[in-house]
Design a protein around this ligand. Structure first.
Ligand code: PLP
Length: 433
């Protein structure tokens, strides 16, 4: 489904469908999101800055909830802070947490443990113990060692959890190797082929230490192909049928467009395909999903300030901004593409080709390779990258001791700071030496 835009398309203004839902162009050509002028936001909160459109987030949550009959866990690895946890909880979703840290933030937001789904391929005894004693909603078991740990904790007095068994269908998944999980060579889940999945189900069913509720699969992330999901469900049909458990979770993984010319199914189309494939595979269990990226990615843009423009004759033009791989590591990790544009001229043609780089001591610190920008781009401009709401802030770091950016939520003309900018003192907060 992904396609590369032609060179002529590239100089067109940034496609509106890559911008958050409430994006509009003000009379003077400036971008508004949630009724807020983003240049004013850059002045007020500084740059780099993540700007999230609250209406967009809620709309995606509602779409997912409608498409899966109210059974959706938001995958918080995509983006998590207390405001986000509260928002998805208000929308009636449960939350998939993959570590004790994500669990802690969701709980700190006031989300009950019963509304959390505990994931992770190597959950520690401490993580399991806390979740079980709190009454976590589900534990998605990923290994035989984890079954041992749960049994030992229950023997030690912890309440028995409700569990799902994460299976790995071992199929070919069309996405990046780093985010494909349902493939034969994966650290996640119990492989179907070797009989491990059946073994884990039998063991969990026989164990008085847990209540086996169902089967889980997640084939990978940034997947565009409906066939990949259908293949996984077809592979799982027999084992799901044989066990006839009440729940079946299809994970997340729906891809989103990042650059002009890319297209992806909507959440509704994805869900319809999943339901159809489940019917065809004879899966009668209640089906639920765990979308992350498709909820959060296009809800946000990142604002940077241009500090340096370096034209290397005959090579390329580097435009350096005040953030970089520490607020968006996806280009460095996966070679991911992004668009870039000037919020002061959001509908402007973008005839100039530049490479947007960060301020880190790393040649690979690139945000947008060969990005299209308006001809009059200048030092001091606020420049933006869209579709940065998932796996940007959450995968960020403070490499080179660059301060992590703040996050603002905008809605109805109001901006509210939900994560403040890191300070120099924060850099020393854990340094006890
Ligand atoms: N569920 C599980 C178990 C995952 O590992 C992931 C992502 O890694 C997700 C859901 C969310 O995937 P996405 O953000 O692609 O929807």
């Amino acid at each position: 489904m992904q396609s590369n835009p032609s060179p002529t398309d590239r100089s067109r203004p940034v496609p509106p469908q890559l911008l958050p839902r409430t994006a509009e162009v003000d009379g003077d050509g400036t971008l508004l999101i949630g009724g807020c002028n983003v240049l004013d936001l850059a002045e007020e909160f500084g740059t780099p800055l993540f700007v999230y459109d609250e209406a967009h987030l809620r709309e995606r949550c509602r779409e997912a909830m409608a498409a899966f009959d109210g059974r959706v866990a938001y995958a918080s690895k995509a983006f998590l802070c207390r405001a986000m946890a509260r928002l998805v909880h208000e929308e009636g979703m449960t939350i998939d947490v993959a570590t004790g840290g994500e669990y802690h933030v969701a709980r700190a937001a006031g989300v009950p443990a019963a509304s959390l789904v505990m994931h992770g391929n190597n959950k520690s005894e401490a993580e399991l113990n806390l979740a079980m004693r709190d009454g976590v909603g589900r534990i998605v078991v990923d290994s035989f060692d984890e079954l041992d740990r749960i049994e030992a904790l229950v023997a030690g007095g912890a309440p028995s959890p409700a569990v799902l068994i994460r299976t790995n269908p071992g199929i070919e998944v069309h996405t990046l190797d780093e985010v494909a999980t349902g493939v034969p060579d994966s650290k996640f889940g119990f492989p179907l082929a070797a009989g491990d999945a059946a073994g884990a189900l039998a063991r969990a069913a026989a164990s008085p230490a847990m209540e086996l509720m169902g089967i889980h699969v997640h084939i990978g992330s940034q997947v565009f192909s409906a066939e990949n999901f259908a293949d996984a469900l077809a592979m799982l049909g027999p084992i799901v049928g044989e066990w006839d458990l009440p729940e079946f979770v299809v994970g997340g993984g729906l891809g989103v467009p990042y650059v002009a010319g890319e297209e992806a199914p909507t959440i509704t189309q994805w869900a319809n395909g999943i339901h159809r494939a489940c019917d065809e595979a004879g899966i009668r269990a209640t089906v639920s999903a765990e979308p992350g990226r498709s909820i959060a990615a296009a809800a946000a843009i990142t604002l940077y300030r241009v500090g340096t423009i370096k034209e290397i004759a005959g090579v390329r033009t580097y435009v350096a901004v005040d953030g970089g791989m520490s607020d968006n590591p996806r280009p460095v990790l996966y070679g991911s593409g992004y668009e870039t544009f000037l919020p002061r001229a959001v509908a402007a043609e973008r005839p100039r080709t530049v490479t947007l780089v960060g301020k880190h001591c790393e040649s690979g610190d690139k945000l947008v390779v060969d990005g299209a920008v308006p001809a009059d781009l200048a030092v001091g401009d606020v420049i933006a990258t869209p579709v940065t709401g998932a796996y940007g802030h959450s995968m960020g770091s403070n490499y080179n001791k660059v301060l992590r950016p703040p996050v603002v939520f905008v809605a109805d003309g109001q901006a509210r700071l939900v994560v403040r900018r890191e300070t120099m003192d924060d850099l020393l907060a854990t340094d006890v030496g």
